[in-house]
Design a protein around this ligand. Structure first.
Ligand SMILES: Cc1cc2nc3c(=O)[nH]c(=O)nc-3n(C[C@H](O)[C@H](O)[C@H](O)COP(=O)(O)OP(=O)(O)OC[C@H]3O[C@@H](n4cnc5c(N)ncnc54)[C@H](O)[C@@H]3O)c2cc1C
Length: 336
């Protein structure tokens, strides 16, 4: 373990923003993590996973701790289920592929999401009708302030739409591993969300396996979302706003084509991408940054953009959406 100084964080964030970390350390085991957390010369810390859900707007003076804890273990299994523990620094998509290789069902719809296993509970990652919480059993954490270890069971995580206790109590707990429960057969397939079923039809698959679903999701995502290795981005920049049914009725008066998804008896979710597109931002270039041409929800860095430029664009979008539709949209991405 070596603490480096004044290094560029460009390779460590999918937006590709070039800011400097005054101090940077990559930890590959728990004792290294505890050691760096207790260094008195670095009271402030920034925890870094895969850097795919952050917008870095300035040079970082804190000690940046890159979580590089590796390892996947089968904890127990019976005829039907398997309990698997994965360490926080495992790459999420590689972990999903490992599950597919072993025919462990549950994560196939979450294929190709960037980032690390340890970050997945923070915003309860979700895609194509499935959320992390559906297979989550527990996770272990280390307290940033007193180094105590804690286990959080699913019932204690307060999971919601892109939300959890770890997001609410930001920067207090470092997740060191996550335990999942997967099916070994009789997998519960989710193919009715988005274009999964039409993608499967296209390749002539009538009775899909979890591996088929994973491949279909990968193919859809590759065709729809910009690859961060080519165009810097952090996926969906904003969360889909949840409004009351009454507010939605008011919206329909001026925008009868407004789409919505039911959330509860008196609440609906409005796609933020639709609001941003209607506000005229889709595909807009502002020099070397802008809004993606196919995905209005995705802000992009075409190369060399500053985090502050993208932050200002996000604020302009929020202001315009509020003015036009009287709806507030909240950033999903962590602004640092
Ligand atoms: C192209 C693209 C597509 C995406 N698609 C989706 C999608 O479909 N669904 C979805 O939900 N998300 C999606 N995302 C967002 C992102 O992939 C997830 O939020 C992911 O879980 C972030 O993981 P990370 O390791 O990169 O987090 P980072 O960006 O490294 O960190 C995010 C936050 O968590 C903190 N943190 C990091 N590691 C830990 C830890 N071990 N313990 C405690 N705190 C920690 C950081 O300090 C930061 O505040 C997408 C992103 C991109 C770029």
């Amino acid at each position: 373990m070596r603490i480096q100084h004044n290094i560029s964080l460009k390779p460590y964030n999918t937006f590709g923003i070039d800011v400097t970390a005054k101090h940077f350390v990559s930890v590959s085991n728990i004792s290294e993590l505890k050691e760096v957390l207790s260094l008195p010369e670095f009271p402030a810390k920034l925890i870094l996973g895969g850097g795919s859900n952050m917008l870095l707007t300035k040079d970082q003076d804190k000690l940046v701790i890159h979580i590089n804890l590796k390892g996947i273990d089968i904890i127990s299994e019976d005829d039907n289920f398997v309990i698997v523990k994965a360490n926080a620094g495992e790459n999420w998509h590689e972990f999903v592929l490992w599950c597919m290789k072993n025919n462990f069902g549950g994560l196939e719809n979450l294929s190709l999401i960037p980032g690390n296993v340890g970050t997945s509970p923070i915003q309860n990652i979700g895609a194509y009708g499935v959320e992390l919480k559906d297979t989550f059993v527990s996770c272990e954490t280390i307290s940033v302030s007193n180094l105590s270890t804690q286990t959080f069971l699913k019932s204690e995580c307060d999971f919601g739409y892109r939300d959890s206790i770890f997001k609410q109590k930001k920067d207090q707990h470092i997740i060191t591993n996550v335990t999942f429960k997967f099916t070994k057969h009789n997998h519960k397939l989710n193919i009715n969300y988005g274009t999964i079923s039409s993608e499967l039809e296209l390749v002539g698959i009538k009775n899909p396996s979890i591996q088929d679903i994973s491949k279909a999701v990968i193919s859809i995502r590759e065709s729809k979302l910009p690859n961060p290795k080519v165009i810097g981005n952090s996926g969906s920049f904003f969360k889909n706003p949840v409004i009351t049914s009454k507010e939605f009725e008011k919206l329909l008066v001026n925008f009868p084509d407004a789409p919505s998804f039911s959330v509860s008896t008196n609440e609906v979710k409005v796609p933020a991408g639709w609001l941003i597109e209607k506000a005229g931002f889709k595909g807009k270039h502002f020099g070397n940054y802008g809004v993606h041409k196919y995905q209005a929800l995705v802000l992009v860095n075409y190369g060399g953009a500053k985090g502050s430029d993208i932050l200002n664009l996000s604020k302009l979008i929020q202001k315009t959406v509020l003015r036009l539709f009287n709806i507030s949209i909240e950033a999903e991405v962590n602004i640092l």
